[in-house]
Design a protein around this ligand. Structure first.
Ligand code: ATP
Length: 902
């Protein structure tokens, strides 16, 4: 089977039956699994570009692509040809080992990223072999039947076979930002522009409203989007701000290092050292000291961090978010489902201007129509899976009901009051509806009694949106004129205790049969006010408290009633002042941008806001210099998510559109997970800083040692192989183990890091300079003293002192402020292991006879070894003293910023 090419009859001109026939699919059943497999082989994946991931071999080879490394290998080989092949082999071996180590890291990171990518990959609802199921979008084939609803991103080019009030946002393809209505009719003009082909849906566009079903007609690069791949948003550059800054820094440092190495080379020659040796020394030092791998190391840290975060239910979609999470100063969060459990239950049902209704009232048929209050409420829901048996209100039946939690709560309550949705729907089939949207905050279904002309509208929604359209209310079984103000007052009182309040209303005797359903939303009869409980999540209050100690403001943005919102905010500690105002969507609309900018500083709760308002709130916060995270789940939330510094989508309840716009997805929709992610982000950033601190200090130590020696009248302190060994072993192993460092105790007790703050802030570069100088002073001091006392082991001792001081240094910089003893010497077992392993390897270079030949070392006496260790410990003591000054005297504190209290 080959689908017609573009030159044959185009899909949009064909009837749905013709499309189904051409693609050999039964629209009621969909394709069989065998047929899907066959078509997948024929058409390939439904992806836009062939995956361009590097294979392992290319990744390994890329490790050698560094010019300096290649020059080093070349020089070592030439040296072998003219001199000592043993040396050369050792150098080449070290360089190769180094590359392998780099490769293993990068490969792990790549695998972690691929796994995250697979988790974040979009899915599609399909009908195959008569069953509906969710499959990864890239598995779709021509002929597949896809089911789409508001919030979905269209996964392939689709010819519609069925549609209900379907409209689609096609801006990605046509540039037209107003949603276009779609239906199943063919378009006659063969060359109709994409935007006019109303029977077609195109990959990459999104469903703005309604639902539909269609047959996939093109996948992957054969879709319209595939053809204009250039229009794709390019998301491939995921380099984080830190990586960019470090890459730039690395280039500047490289120039400096090469300058210093040249001086080392020239002064060596002037002093009569052999040309070959000096060349290798300078080159080895350049290779060792230029931190060209820093940006790659950061990718590794971020990727591995992201992998860890996914285990904590936070899925990172854009890697730089891991790094920037630590800068968040505002978390703007939804209420329902994020701060609350989204497990609703009807708590109380009150008569308008009356008291709580007894069960018998709820079960009494209404005076004007053969239906109860519970019956009206349950008819006005889209819940699936409701049964006729009364057991439906017990916990086991919860799993059966599928739908919005507000609605499943109503259905459960109605069932308990003898209003069974399936049998009611048989008696009162639905003939029309005005769906719920957050903007309207109400919903109406229209029913016709079987065999009668009579139409019945069932409405439920936010009291302020329903009550104004009611002119009568039900009280004590009678219909009386409504007192709107009193009812709204009553609803406010219910909301103030934290309940979500819905007004239930009906209309049976207005409107003509041909009227649109919206007409039946007027002149209604108010039946009852229903109060639903949605308990706050237990962990949410703790998470809010953590945010406050971490200098992060928590803001609740909800579509719910201001009184409900305030009650929940007070309970969770988001708001502490019961009299503080709640900013409503209406008040917000009256504020201009400048006034809003003023207002956001004091506002903790926004209620009855529309999703569009979220964008204004984010903008206002950002204009104040805040770094804002924002949650969202709906289509209309997407712009705010995109614009936020960290856009957070819901994984359980969210739409594809929101997910695609986000930086991070909460797999459990839980507020506490955001706070956990911020904590993890801060930890990862701290670890990156530790690594940079470590690498720069040790490299500085090596450079200073070789640079200063000739000026102090000392011989060449280290041989090329020593330098490369230190680069591989002492920099490599323990450096990697730093990534496993746990979060510091005060990680959530300090203020957020200003987003513009450089990685070298708080004394990092000063530290690298003075520690480097101290290491060099210790190494050269040892050298001078050993030579002075006629000790022939001077070079081995210098080499050992330098290596050991790098190890004592790493133990001390595990925390920026805390003493290592308070932090716990063994709290990073991996690092301890790496330090011990490095120590043993260093001892091997000194005491294993075969290594003595390679490293030109001599076995030290126990006294000499002890002396080396003691000298190296000075670095540890000095850094601990530096931290003491940081803690006590605020050394390196930025005078402009508040000093964190520990
Ligand atoms: P949050 O922003 O905290 O997640 P929300 O998004 O759940 O809140 P909406 O879903 O926009 O808020 O609901 C706004 C209001 O609309 C609710 O307070 C309620 O009064 C009403 N409402 C919610 N769900 C329904 C529904 N299924 N039918 C009718 N009205 C509803």
């Amino acid at each position: 089977m080959t689908p017609p090419g573009p030159l044959e009859r185009p899909w949009h001109t064909m009837t749905t039956a013709a499309v189904a026939e051409q693609l050999r699919v039964d629209p009621a059943q969909g394709l069989t699994p065998n047929e899907v497999t066959r078509r997948q082989r024929e058409h390939g994946d439904n992806t836009l570009r062939a995956a361009t991931r590097r294979g392992p071999l290319r990744m390994l080879l890329a490790q050698f692509a560094d010019v300096m490394v290649l020059v080093l290998i070349g020089a070592a080989i030439i040296a072998a040809l003219v001199g000592d092949p043993e040396d050369t082999l050792a150098i080449v071996a070290i360089v190769i080992l180094n590359a392998v180590l780099g490769f293993v890291q990068e490969y792990r990171a790549e695998r972690a990223l691929a796994a995250l990518g697979a988790m974040a990959a979009p899915t599609a609802r399909v009908r195959r072999a008569g069953e509906e199921r969710t499959v990864p979008s890239h598995d779709l084939v021509p002929g597949d039947l896809v089911l789409l609803e508001a919030g979905n991103v269209v996964p392939a080019d689709v010819r519609l076979t069925d549609s209900v009030r379907l409209s689609v946002e096609e801006a990605a393809l046509t540039g037209e930002s107003v949603p276009v209505e779609k239906d199943t009719a063919p378009t006659s003009a063969t060359d109709a522009p994409l935007g006019d082909r109303h029977g077609m849906l195109y990959k990459g566009t999104s469903i703005a409203a309604g639902r539909g079903t269609g047959i996939v007609v093109a996948t992957g690069m054969r879709t319209e989007l595939g053809r204009i791949a250039a229009m794709l948003q390019d998301d491939t550059d995921v380099r984080s701000p830190l990586q960019l800054r470090l890459a730039a820094f690395g280039r500047r440092l490289a120039v400096l290092v090469i300058g210093l190495c040249t001086i080392i080379f020239v002064t060596g020659l002037l002093r009569g050292e052999p040309l070959g040796l000096m060349f290798m020394t300078a080159l080895s030092l350049a290779v060792a000291a230029i931190p060209e791998a820093l940006p790659a190391v950061i990718t590794v840290s971020l990727a591995l961090g992201a992998r860890r975060m996914v285990r904590q239910q936070a899925l990172i979609r854009r890697l730089p978010a891991v790094e920037t999470l630590g800068s968040v100063t505002y978390i703007c969060t939804d209420k329902t489902g994020t701060l609350t459990e989204n497990r609703m239950r009807v708590d109380v049902v009150q008569a308008p201007c009356g008291s709580a209704l007894e069960a018998s009232h709820v079960r009494t048929p209404l005076p004007h129509v053969a239906l109860t209050i519970a019956g009206v409420a349950t008819l006005c829901t889209d819940v699936q899976g409701a049964a006729d048996d009364a057991a439906a209100d017990d916990a086991a039946a919860d799993d059966v009901l599928v739908g919005d939690p507000t609605e499943t709560a109503l259905v459960r309550w109605a069932t308990a009051h003898e209003a069974h949705k399936p049998s009611l729907e048989q008696r009162w089939p639905r003939i029309a509806e005005v769906p719920f949207t957050s903007e309207r905050a109400r919903m109406t279904t229209v029913h016709a009694a079987a065999g009668h002309e009579q139409r019945l509208a069932c409405t439920k929604g936010a009291p302020e949106r329903v009550v104004p359209h009611c002119d009568r209310m039900l009280r004590d079984g009678a219909l009386v004129p409504i007192d709107r103000a009193a009812v709204l007052q009553q609803a406010e009182q219910m909301a103030a205790s934290g309940l979500r309040v819905l007004a239930v209303a009906t209309n049976s005797d207005h409107g003509e049969p041909g009227d649109p359903p919206d007409a039946l939303e007027e002149h209604q009869l108010l039946l009852a006010l229903v109060g639903l409980i949605d308990p706050p999540r237990q962990e949410a209050a703790d998470a809010v408290l953590t945010c406050h100690t971490a200098g992060i403001h928590v803001v609740m943005i909800t579509g719910d009633h201001p009184a409900t919102a305030r009650a929940i905010a007070l309970r969770l500690g988001i708001e502490t002042d019961p009299t503080a105002p709640v900013l409503t969507g209406r008040a917000l609309a009256d504020l201009n941008d400048e006034a809003l900018r003023e207002q956001v500083e004091h506002t903790r709760v926004y209620a009855r806001v529309a999703p569009e308002d979220k964008l204004r709130i984010v903008r206002a916060l950002q204009a104040r210099g805040e770094f804002a995270a924002m949650t969202g789940d709906g289509v209309n939330d997407a712009p705010a998510l995109k614009h936020a510094d960290i856009g957070i989508a819901m994984g359980l309840g969210g739409t594809d559109v929101a997910r695609e716009a986000s930086h991070m997805v909460l797999l459990d929709d839980n507020f506490a997970t955001i706070v956990q992610a911020v904590r993890e982000g801060r930890r990862i950033y701290d670890n990156i800083r530790r690594f940079v601190r470590f690498v720069l200090s040790t490299n500085a130590g090596e450079i200073w040692t070789l640079f200063l020696a000739p000026f102090l009248g000392l011989p060449l302190p280290l041989l090329p192989i020593h330098i490369l060994w230190m680069n591989l072993v002492t920099d490599g192993l323990p450096g990697l183990a730093l990534a496993a460092e746990r979060a510091e105790r005060d990680v959530m007790q300090r203020p957020p890091r200003p987003p513009q703050e450089g990685i070298f802030a708080h004394g990092l570069w000063q530290h690298a300079v003075w520690v480097g100088l101290l290491m060099a002073a210790l190494a050269l001091g040892t050298l001078a003293w050993a030579r002075h006392t006629g000790n022939a082991h001077w070079q081995t001792m210098t080499f050992t002192v330098l290596t050991l001081s790098q190890l004592t240094h790493i133990m001390a910089i595990r925390s920026e402020r805390q003493s290592v003893f308070r932090q716990g010497v063994t709290s990073n077992p991996l690092l301890l292991l790496a330090v011990v392993a490095t120590l043993l390897l260093q001892l091997a270079t000194i005491y294993v006879p075969a290594m003595n030949g390679v490293f030109r070392t001599v076995p030290l006496t126990l006294g000499e070894l002890a002396a080396c260790l003691a000298i190296a410990s000075v670095v540890f003591v000095a850094v601990e003293f530096e931290k003491f000054l940081v803690r006590r005297r605020g050394l390196y504190a930025d005078p402009a910023a508040a000093t964190p209290a520990s």
